[in-house]
Design a protein around this ligand. Sequence first.
Ligand code: CAO
Length: 481
Amino acid sequence: MAKRKPKKAKAAKTKSAAKRSARKVVKLASAKKSAKKANGNGLHLPKMSAKPYGKDGKALSGVRILDFTHVQSGPTCTQLLAWFGADVIKVERPGIGDITRGQLVDVPGADSLYFTMLNHNKRSITIDSKHPQGKRVLDELIKKCDVLVENFAPGALDRMGLTWDHIHKVNPRMIVASVKGFGPGPYEDCKVYENVAQCTGGAASTTGFLDGPPLVTGAQIGDSGTGLHLALGIVTALYQRTRTGRGQKVLAAMQDGVLNLCRVKLRDQQRLKAGPLTEYSQYSLGIPFGEATPRAGNDSGGGQPGWILKCKGWENDPNAYIYFITQAPVWGPICDLIGEPTWKTDPEYATPKARLPKLKQIFDRIEQWTTTKSKFEVMELCNEVDIPCGPILSMKELAEDQSLRKTGTVVEVDHPTRGKYLTVGNPIKLSDSISEVKRSPLLGEHTDEILKNVLGLRPNVIAEIKSSGALSAPKKEEKAA
Ligand code: CAO
């Protein structure tokens, strides 16, 4: 008996183990079956959205941003987050608001295009952040928000009492994201605008013609470029918070952002040690290189030589030009197009190395051909044989481009005080997420709505805060005093 007992127990154990594993198999099989049913691919993967392109909710819905940004860099960042569905609450100074509301005004009495084109899809609340009652309202908002974004001058947020320690104490989950002109170092206390960043980040010293002064570019790489960097930092911090549960500080310095965009120029700085930069037209002109990456005119930044060439009508149209790249694999088609078929086999022209010292002469010859055609004709002929090129498009042409309207990259928006205007919509397209462009808010348009719905304040409390003066501009006599 004593011997049989363990046997029985063993058998019972084996039986139940077998039962369990059978159940497991059944479970797995049915899970596989249901996955197969769900996906049609047998894998544990979600189904493709059944909704039309871009109509499956908003990527950042549920994220609330306390937006303390102004001018261009910060607003670019929060506008992107708002397009992706974040609830962006823009805190503005009572009576004045974001200074750009009144800058470069084209329609008297209406918010400027500068403001409207950088603040879509946001709500506006006016709060005097230095008023004791205003500070209390801000603390309540900090509790209800996920991210605080600001681009004040260095130290301004601290002077409002909104130090990192204070914010972290009020809401440890809050991410505090800042644009500053410079990172820690000798210039950290400086105020910075777009062109200052272009100059200090390496863009201006490498832009322009060799025999001319440094140039800034029309692309707002200092402001909008840094706003983009900051948006990525915020989304990354939100992602990390899902693991740590904690907020963190995010800093995007404009100098750093510009330098990041000038990465290839720092590449060239280091290549100088190995000899002249042969792809720069300076080399083909026999001009010696100095100690720093030079300005390269319209040279292409990569290994395939390129230049801007005149097209038909250039004498009267400042934009009748095309960017033309003599990419090595399409050298044959280029020779055929411009009427120099012998250059395909002539050892003086047949290889990229042989062509390098003659780039100016080659581009002059290509230009003889491009000046016989409009920039769009050149584009069409080149595209047929895979030659990379791009017409110089004016802002007028871009504004009228119907394909950009169709993709939502250029959007017409209606505004209650200025009427219809064009703006650049979200340049980043997600296949599952809606990205509608809604007009920018009027100053303080959503103050009551935010106090009531976000903070849950009762009408008498709202009235009390209002009468304290925390949400309105100081009266003239108070100002004077
Ligand atoms: N209630 C009360 N005061 C407010 C307020 C509010 N809601 N919002 C702002 N203010 C106050 C600030 O507290 C600050 O006051 P203090 O100087 O007394 O602390 C004041 O308004 C002005 O802020 P600021 O110094 O940031 O603004 P500025 O116009 O003098 O400078 C800029 C503008 C852009 C140069 C500066 O903000 C800056 O260097 N920002 C960082 C870099 C940046 O983003 N530059 C890009 C700008 S886009 O070209």
